[in-house]
Design a protein around this ligand. Structure first.
Ligand code: KIV
Length: 295
């Protein structure tokens, strides 16, 4: 039996044609990451258009130092949990590093698992080099919608010289343009631009016929994506330049757990209102029974 919440009247599920319609009409597309049921429900409550089970979950919920450590099996667990919470938004799952680079066949087999086992609507892969374009084309050819991702692609951050903006030189900008156009030509129905100069995005947008979702790519894209934990302040340290914090939940969580620990240690919690009552007669009977056991 499916645990998926039922569709609410008047809210139609987001589809690929409806995303293209948002682009055509100039209505900003809202995407946010989610990695479990509560984050997916928060995304649904906000009526976002797209939910991304990003491999950023490697860091935000699994505690890895980078996205490259997460496995397909772990991504499937996160995607299944998010799927249970998403009923209207379009659900995209990231392909884990190492799960699609070897061959087109490997890429198709991995993508199929996200559709079949986890109920994702589409998969996302990183980089716009010829091999990633080939993988995107192969997965699309297998009938699975694909989101591309160019600019700062965290899976290859080491090769890119770290977590830094891309496309700031003419040569680097050409690589991003080639990648974006190549992925679009390969059949990607949507592409993420991450950490690229706003001016470069503006140059590229007239050539992009598919919805472009930006993160640190300026305001010219068709939509925006932020990482759930970044926008809610569920993290230690400072986030990337492109993050705006809309809440400080890490502070709220730390304070809440610290208060709980203090109250347990000082005997303030639990109070009488947190306990269950027992009929006096039943208690007396229990004592009699216990005495019989003891004798
Ligand atoms: O993994 C992720 O969260 C992403 C977004 C930042 C686009 O790829």
């Amino acid at each position: 039996m499916s645990a998926r919440p039922t569709l609410q009247a008047g809210r139609r599920p987001v589809t690929i044609p409806s995303l293209f319609e948002l682009k055509r009409s100039g209505t900003p597309i809202v995407m946010v990451t989610a990695y479990d049921y509560p984050s997916a429900r928060a995304a649904e409550a906000a009526d976002v258009d797209m939910v991304l089970v990003g491999d950023s979950g490697a860091m935000t919920v699994l505690g890895h130092p980078s996205t490259t450590q997460v496995t397909t099996d772990e991504m499937l667990v996160l995607t299944k949990a998010a799927r249970r919470g998403v009923d209207h938004a379009f659900l995209v799952a990231d392909l884990a590093f190492g799960s699609y680079e070897v061959s087109d066949e490997q890429a198709i087999a991995t993508a199929v698992r996200f559709i079949k086992e986890a109920g994702a609507d589409a998969v996302k892969l990183e980089r716009g080099d010829p091999s990633s374009i080939s993988r995107a084309r192969a997965i699309v050819g297998a009938g699975i919608p694909v989101v591309g991702h160019v600019g700062l692609t965290p899976q290859s951050a080491t090769s890119l010289g770290g977590y830094r903006a891309q496309g700031r030189t003419a040569d680097s900008a050409v690589r991003i343009a080639d990648g974006a156009l190549g992925l679009q030509d390969a059949g990607c129905f949507c592409i993420v631009f991450e950490a690229v100069p706003s001016a470069l995005t503006s140059e590229l947008m007239p050539h992009m016929t598919v919805p472009i979702i930006g993160i640190g790519a300026g305001p010219a894209t068709d939509g925006q994506v932020l990482v759930f934990h970044d926008l809610l302040g569920i993290r230690e340290g400072v986030g990337a330049k492109f993050v705006r914090r809309y809440a400080d939940l890490q502070d709220a969580m730390d304070d809440g757990v610290a208060q709980y620990a203090k109250e347990v240690r000082t005997g303030v919690f639990p109070g009488p209102e947190h306990g269950y009552g027992m009929d006096e007669a039943e208690l007396a009977k229990f004592r009699t029974l216990r005495d019989q056991l003891d004798s």
